[in-house]
Design a protein around this ligand. Structure first.
Ligand SMILES: [Zn+2]
Length: 291
């Protein structure tokens, strides 16, 4: 078990769980409230105000919309627990990466974590829970649907809170790659290449993010005492569960290395461990040699 309770949460979290799920809108709630308090006359007055606003070019719905989405649907306690967990893990990644960047004279602007449910819009396009957690370099945000944690436990059989922490740390790894220019570099190199070569570069990007997740675990364990026995084993199980070869085999497809984008189970474990054992970014150069 990760010793996360009672720790400080990150301030860089956007809660979009209610916004993405639909449910009752504030305008409808307001209408009902006015009707029960003031009857049809109240509703008529409200409608008058509505059209008056519209007449001067203001969309009255826009006045109501932004806050409405935050408050409508109460979240389940499981969802709130995962939200709190993700916020705290993000804060722990900030502590570690701030120190690592500072040690080399740099500054670490942290990413924002967007927690959503169902569907979400990012500067990289729209996404749904089905696409899994991802990092968008265009807005420097990590998008996470908390139901993914349940999926990790059930569908991928990689339970445990450290498995979830590893996923967050992996996405933070992509943010680090963005900050140091790796992502744009690879993007440029991918232009004009064939699918197999594009995928091979992508595997190097992903394994480096795994290595950075391990590197984070190394420091979080030593400086913050965040980990307990068994946590690294959970991380290793998660790394194996989401290896391309295992995913393809489990879905009944032929294992096709040319289509890999994240690396095999063994590679993902190897690079996570490399980061974890060394604690140094230099150990995570997946572009230097054999994987
Ligand atoms: Zn990734």
């Amino acid at each position: 078990m990760v010793r996360w309770r009672g720790r400080e949460s990150s301030q860089n979290v956007e809660d979009r769980r209610a916004a993405s799920g639909g449910g009752r809108s504030l305008p409808m709630l307001l209408l009902r409230l006015v009707f029960t308090r003031f009857g049809i006359v109240g509703v008529a007055a409200l409608a008058g105000g509505y059209f008056a606003l519209q007449a001067v070019g203001i969309d009255p719905m826009l006045l109501l919309a932004p806050q409405s989405e935050q408050q409508q649907r109460p979240q389940s306690s499981a969802s709130n627990e995962q939200f709190a967990f993700a916020s705290i893990i993000l804060a722990e990644t900030e502590t570690v990466w701030e120190a690592l960047f500072a040690a080399s004279g740099g500054r670490y602007p942290p990413p924002t974590l967007v927690v959503f449910s169902g569907q979400v819009h990012s500067d990289c396009g729209a996404a749904s829970s089905a696409s899994g957690p991802f990092y968008c370099p265009a807005d420097q945000k990590i998008y996470l649907d908390t139901t993914f944690f349940g999926e990790l436990a059930q569908r991928f059989r990689a339970p445990g809170d450290f498995a979830a922490a590893y996923v967050i740390a992996h996405e933070v790894g992509h943010h680090v790659q963005d900050l140091v220019g790796t992502l744009s570099d690879v993007h440029q190199r991918q232009a004009g290449l064939g699918p197999a070569a594009i995928n091979a570069l992508q595997v190097q990007v992903e394994l480096q993010a795994d290595c950075y997740a391990g590197l984070w675990a190394h420091h979080a364990e030593r400086t913050a005492g965040l980990l307990e026995e068994g946590d690294i084993a959970e991380g290793m199980a998660a790394a194996a569960a989401i290896g391309d070869d295992r995913l393809q085999r489990n879905s009944g497809r032929r294992v096709d290395p040319e289509s890999f984008t994240h690396g095999t189970s063994q590679q993902r474990q190897r690079w996570f461990l490399r980061g974890y054992r060394s604690g140094e970014t230099g150990a995570c150069d997946t572009f230097a040699g054999p994987l």
